[in-house]
Design a binder for this molecule. Structure first.
Ligand code: ZN
Length: 238
């Protein structure tokens, strides 16, 4: 059974029309409606960690993954209460040099947004949610030497593990950019999966270091989400 892994970024009131990347900001009310509807459909939303036995084909069920990229504070403020209300877990991929910082990698492109600080990350974990790695600086790995890429990939894991006394097992490529050398490095650095921005639902035989996801954007409505999750619509290439 294919497993849809949903990809979110910000859960917040979308900025005014014309703002770059506005499409990646999902309104908290819409997020709540999506989770409520999925719960009603009999789905269980799971973090990458909780999804492990399903991805390995050891367990079967009506499950989907919930991932949030970058670690925005609005994930803590607006997504966490909803996730807890429906008994779902989620993975938030954080940037370890920006704990309590901002999305500095987008500087000049979009308005800076606050990222989770130590207190929020600790609360996120305490609520049963997971921290995944998204490199130290939100680096475009394809622009780096292998040594620099290793710094980014493995440094993020050790930073979060040290700062928050947790285990970081899952990775996500910043900007969705990676080469075949990076999939090898991510595996060697001890991660169990890596998610991409490629479209599609995950099959149990997928390369664990190149998992596709189902993007949920500001304008994704419930019927569309249903089609993305229940049919092969997203699995088509392109
Ligand atoms: Zn990102």
């Amino acid at each position: 059974m294919p497993i849809p892994i949903l990809m979110y970024h910000q859960i917040d009131i979308p900025p005014i029309r014309g703002t770059p990347l506005r499409g990646l900001v999902v309104h908290p009310k819409d997020f709540n409606n999506q989770m409520r509807w999925l719960k009603w459909m009999g789905y269980q939303g799971l973090s990458m960690r909780d999804l492990e036995p399903y991805l390995a084909g050891k367990k079967q069920g009506r499950v989907f993954g919930i991932t949030l990229d970058d670690g925005y504070k609005n994930n803590f403020d607006n997504a966490l209460p909803v996730l807890m209300k429906y008994g779902f877990t989620a993975t938030c991929y954080g940037v370890s040099s920006q704990i309590g910082g901002t999305n500095a990698w987008d500087a000049g492109l979009v308005a800076e947004k606050q990222l989770m600080g130590i207190q929020e990350w600790a609360g996120w974990l305490k609520s049963g949610m997971e921290i995944g790695a998204h490199t130290r600086t939100h680096a475009d790995l394809t622009a780096l030497s292998d040594d620099a890429a290793i710094e980014e990939i493995s440094g993020c894991k050790t930073d979060f593990e040290r700062e928050l006394d947790c285990e970081v097992r899952h990775f996500c490529y910043p900007f969705g950019r990676f080469g075949s050398n990076h999939t090898d490095l991510v595996r060697k650095m001890g991660y169990l999966t890596a998610t991409t921005t490629r479209r599609g639902r995950t099959q149990t035989n997928h390369n664990a270091m190149e998992l596709p996801r189902v993007m949920v954007a500001r304008a994704t409505y419930l019927l569309q989400l249903f089609v993305k999750m229940e049919t092969s619509y997203e699995d088509k290439r392109g």
